[in-house]
Design a protein around this ligand. Structure first.
Ligand SMILES: CC(C)(COP(=O)(O)OP(=O)(O)OC[C@H]1O[C@@H](n2cnc3c(N)ncnc32)[C@H](O)[C@@H]1OP(=O)(O)O)[C@@H](O)C(=O)NCCC(=O)NCCS
Length: 390
């Protein structure tokens, strides 16, 4: 007999924590309870635990976030910490948990969901589709040195991340408004709790205003400077920050940094030697996946023009829906469908990661050529960038 319920406060340490610690960490270890209790009071997270005959067997956490979908900010549920006790594995507990969590997120008003899968095929069963891995550039700081000669107004200051959490948040929120796919933890307090004291933050200020930042760690003298986040609002802030990296010539050999779709390192400076790498691999390098939780909730997102009626076959968002676009999307139930889409097919179109012609080939839908043409105009291809890790 199974029961799924939310756990709060100390119950999270008693029931949820042992399951995730066993699944994701080196073990056996003794927890630092003071550190864990510091996180307990932070809200905007729902920790679900499945009990089988009273024994905690499976868990999943939903972190409340917002996500930019084609220019509109939507409530998003970030699924994390999905784990089943080894004694309960392969008995359908994770399936029961995820089915419950998907409905719960929708009931909480979340319109979309994202996660980092240990294996994409596991979450494909639950209507999630991959949006591709985040590329990283590796370069030599000396190559950026010419940028130090550029006459740019502004300055870069270096602190530990928690000291400038508010500035970093402001820059990131501004970037989120213009970056398709970008997710942010809804609660700045929760975001601040994730601001690690062992992380450097170099903030670029232009006219005294934070205009960009790098968060990073230096692995070792002569080794790599590894950037976690690189956000800026324009060429001036970018040049200031790349100049900051150039100052590490003769201290580190390489710099590695994540790239947004708008970042083109080959254009940053002449004679740059840069390698851009993007890898997705089960367990080690997960690439994010997304799904839609509510079709009416998509109303208002920026799209192309036209009208298409589709039948969506999905436990959560199934039904016949008419999408009409005139700059923004309107959604109505009913109509005469000319295409059938799975939950993945719908998510792939909404996020712009697949062309309609891909859908039948991936098993994500069936549609005729005129409907494919109409969907291509309504939901143009786009490249999402998630940013937030969870
Ligand atoms: C992954 C994990 C949560 C699965 O839990 P579980 O309770 O054994 O899963 P279920 O029995 O409910 O299986 C659900 C479905 O996924 C499939 N599945 C289970 N483990 C899988 C795996 N490793 N890879 C692919 N599919 C898997 C099952 O066959 C089942 O398919 P079906 O319902 O279509 O028949 C569990 O093995 C675990 O805790 N692993 C370690 C932590 C981890 O990797 N968590 C995921 C982080 S994103």
């Amino acid at each position: 007999m199974t029961e799924i319920r939310l756990v709060e406060g100390e119950e999270r340490l008693r029931f949820g924590r042992p399951l995730t610690a066993y699944a994701f960490e080196a073990s056996p270890r003794t927890d630092d309870l003071t550190e864990l209790r510091r996180h307990l009071s932070i809200g905007h997270r729902r920790v679900h635990v499945l009990f089988d005959d009273g024994e905690p067997r499976s868990t999943a956490t939903v972190v409340e976030m917002t996500q930019n979908v084609r220019g509109a900010l939507l409530p998003m549920g970030g699924v994390a910490g999905v784990a089943t006790h080894p004694a309960g594995r392969r008995r359908g507990f994770a399936r029961e948990m995820l089915t419950h969590v998907l409905a719960d997120m929708r009931d909480q008003g979340q319109v979309v969901s994202a996660l980092y899968p240990f294996r994409a095929s596991f979450y494909e069963r639950f209507g999630y589709v991959g949006i591709g891995a985040e590329p990283r550039a590796t370069l030599h700081p000396a190559d950026l040195a010419p940028l130090l000669r550029a006459d740019v107004p502004g300055e870069v200051t270096l602190t530990r991340l928690p000291e400038v959490a508010a500035d970093v948040r402001a820059v990131t929120e501004a970037a989120q408004r213009t970056t398709h796919g970008m997710a942010l933890r809804a609660d700045p307090e929760l975001a601040a709790a994730h601001a690690d004291d062992r992380t450097w933050a170099a903030v670029a200020r232009v006219d005294g205003r934070p205009a960009g930042y790098l968060t990073y760690e230096i692995r070792e003298y002569g080794g790599e400077l590894s950037v976690q986040r690189f956000q800026y609002d324009g060429a001036v802030a970018r040049t200031l920050l790349l100049g900051w990296l150039a100052r590490h010539t003769d201290q580190v050999t390489t710099v590695s940094l994540p790239l947004r779709p708008v970042d083109e390192p080959a254009t940053w400076v002449t004679d740059i030697d840069v390698t851009v790498r993007s890898r997705q691999a089960p367990l080690h390098e997960p690439a994010p996946m997304v799904r839609v939780l509510s079709v009416p909730g998509l109303a208002g997102i920026p799209v192309g023009t036209g009208e298409v009626t589709v039948r969506v076959v999905d436990d959560l968002v199934g039904g016949v829906w008419t999408f009409a676009g005139n700059g923004t999307l309107s959604v109505h139930p009913g109509g005469t469908p000319t295409a059938e889409l799975t939950g993945h097919g719908l998510a792939a179109l909404v996020y712009g990661v697949l062309d309609p012609a891909d859908l039948p080939l991936r098993g994500y839908g069936t549609l005729d050529a005129p409907t494919a043409d109409a969907l291509r105009v309504l939901f143009p291809r786009a490249t999402p960038f998630l940013l937030e890790h969870f």
